[in-house]
Design a protein around this ligand. Structure first.
Ligand code: PEP
Length: 251
């Protein structure tokens, strides 16, 4: 386990300029109440407010990330509507989510995810790689087979860059549903993932949990001894909910 915990917000298709105020409230809370050595706080925002967020948070310990990037293996070109890792880096964006189940459900293939990771790390962005099984796969006890495959295809051609990749295990059936796996299940699943990454890639990965994390369940999730932090969707939109998660984690 790594000592500094990650609290990563995923705002999805939410957030106007005025909502950046929510992040400033988190920033105020962190400044007053949290030992900076104990956590990494990152907000993954829609493209439209990334630049403004970076400017507002210039002196903050909160870092800014995107939720995706182009799968074209180029920095620039005739790719209408696409945003490259080079452009994100130019904004001073530090992180990007890749392989979120919502993006996979819109068609992101393993091959595209592989290219996205490659382009991100080439431009010095840190990657939050999401993996996870759907409800059927979970019920049929195929969770690990699915996650292992996703990890293999994402990481195999990016072996030189593993230190810039954080893994977020997000069971799809837990995202936005309020249902989360119990700690026994998560402990043994995390163990299997870590063991696989060590054996296959010699990779001592940072491993996060994502799916319906809230101020109510965080005290239980805190007991997961192989968990390096959390990817938080719905509960990251309002500063109070996000702050309560951090408060309950440390108190
Ligand atoms: C997510 O989509 O990455 C996520 C974790 O969402 P939620 O916290 O809303 O389940």
């Amino acid at each position: 386990m790594h000592s500094k915990k990650y609290f990563i917000a995923n705002w999805k298709m939410n957030g106007l300029k005025k909502d950046l105020n929510q992040i400033l409230k988190v920033e105020n809370f962190l400044k007053k109440k949290v030992n900076p050595a104990s956590l990494n706080c990152i907000f993954c925002l829609p493209y439209t407010i990334l630049g403004l967020a970076v400017a507002i948070l210039k002196l903050s310990k909160i870092k800014v990330g995107s939720q995706d990037l182009s799968s074209e293996p180029f920095d620039f070109g005739a790719f209408t509507g696409q945003i490259s890792s080079k452009m994100l880096k130019d904004l001073n964006c530090k992180y990007t989510i890749i392989g979120h189940s919502e993006k996979r459900s819109f068609g992101d293939s393993d091959q595209e995810i592989n290219i996205k990771i490659n382009m991100a790390v080439k431009n010095n962005l840190k990657v939050i790689l999401c993996v996870g099984e759907n409800l059927n796969e979970y019920k049929n006890k195929n969770s690990f087979t699915k996650v292992k495959r996703q990890l293999y295809y994402a990481l195999n051609k990016n072996r030189k860059h593993l230190n810039n990749i954080i893994i977020a295990y997000e069971p799809i059936w837990s995202i936005g549903t309020g249902v989360i796996p119990n700690n026994n299940y998560l402990n043994s699943f995390f163990y299997k993932i870590k063991k696989y990454l060590n054996n296959e890639f010699k990779f001592n990965a940072l491993l996060l949990y994502g799916g319906s994390v809230s101020s109510k369940n965080i005290k239980d999730l805190k007991k997961l001894n192989l968990c390096d932090g959390f990817l938080i969707g719905g509960a990251s939109l309002k500063s109070k909910n996000f702050i309560d998660i951090i408060k309950n984690y440390y108190n």
